[in-house]
Design a protein around this ligand. Structure first.
Ligand SMILES: [Fe+2]
Length: 250
């Protein structure tokens, strides 16, 4: 039987877990970026417990979903935070039952923590140096990620994986990704062929099961509608005619 003091301490611990909000998480992660932004292995190592802590905060994460909508059967990505200098983005992903991703890389570091449901992950490594155009891949690991599990991606070389949800229920996970240092790819395991959003936007959209969108066809990922509009404006400015006429989006 616990003492009153311990009871109060436990109550305090529970309260602290409940109170760990997304903004507190990003405050702490910003400090990690400041301290270890150029030491990716250390950044990921120290960032993983922060993700674990955030995953314990069911009330805050449930509150986020209460104001978002998903299309049934489709993957959904809810942007929770973007670092002001672009060092990382934080997302809530919803992975429908029975769905799987293609084998892909991210071109950056990342941390993924399962909040609800279950995700199975296969990890791969390239055979040979990174500049090879058609790299054959070797499977290096397979994990079943239950709620609370956190996995890491590190570039170069340790950011290739595929994820599937073999259950009958959607899976919800928190993802944090660094600033991309290289384009992300989708790989064909048999031929080694690789596609990027820039070279094969329609093929990539199909591999991911997306309806090709304007953003996809422009080779953009993870952009808000405002960012998409700004990018279209920028490209239109770049195509201004020699007389100075520009074609601004309305
Ligand atoms: Fe991924």
């Amino acid at each position: 039987m616990g003492s009153g003091i311990l009871d109060r301490r436990n109550a305090g611990t529970r309260w602290m877990k409940m109170a760990y909000s997304v903004s507190e998480f990003t405050y702490q992660f910003d400090r990690l970026i400041y301290a270890h932004g150029d030491q990716l292995a250390e950044l990921v190592k120290q960032g993983a417990p922060l993700i674990e802590h955030l995953l314990e905060n069911r009330r805050s994460l449930s509150g986020i979903l209460a104001h978002r909508r998903e299309k049934e059967g489709y993957r959904a990505r809810h942007l929770l935070h973007r670092h002001p200098a672009g060092a990382y983005t934080l997302w809530m992903m919803v992975f429908p039952a029975g769905r799987c991703t293609p084998v892909h890389d991210h071109g950056t570091w990342g941390l993924i923590g399962v909040w609800k449901g279950e995700e199975h992950e296969d990890k791969y490594e390239r055979n040979g140096p990174p500049h090879i155009m058609s790299p054959l891949l070797t499977k290096t690991g397979e994990t079943r990620n239950a709620p609370g599990a956190v996995t890491a991606l590190l570039t170069p070389g340790r950011d290739i994986h595929s994820v599937r949800n073999p259950t009958d229920s959607p899976a919800y996970s928190i993802h944090i990704y660094g600033k991309a240092s290289a384009p992300s790819h989708v790989f064909d395991l048999e031929t080694g062929a690789q596609m990027t959003w820039h070279t094969h936007p329609a093929g990539i959209a199909k591999a991911w099961g997306y309806q090709p969108s304007l953003a996809n066809l422009l080779g953009l990922r993870n952009v808000t509608s405002g960012e998409l509009l700004n990018e279209i404006r920028r490209r239109l400015r770049d195509t201004a005619d020699p007389n100075g006429q520009t074609y601004e989006a309305q």
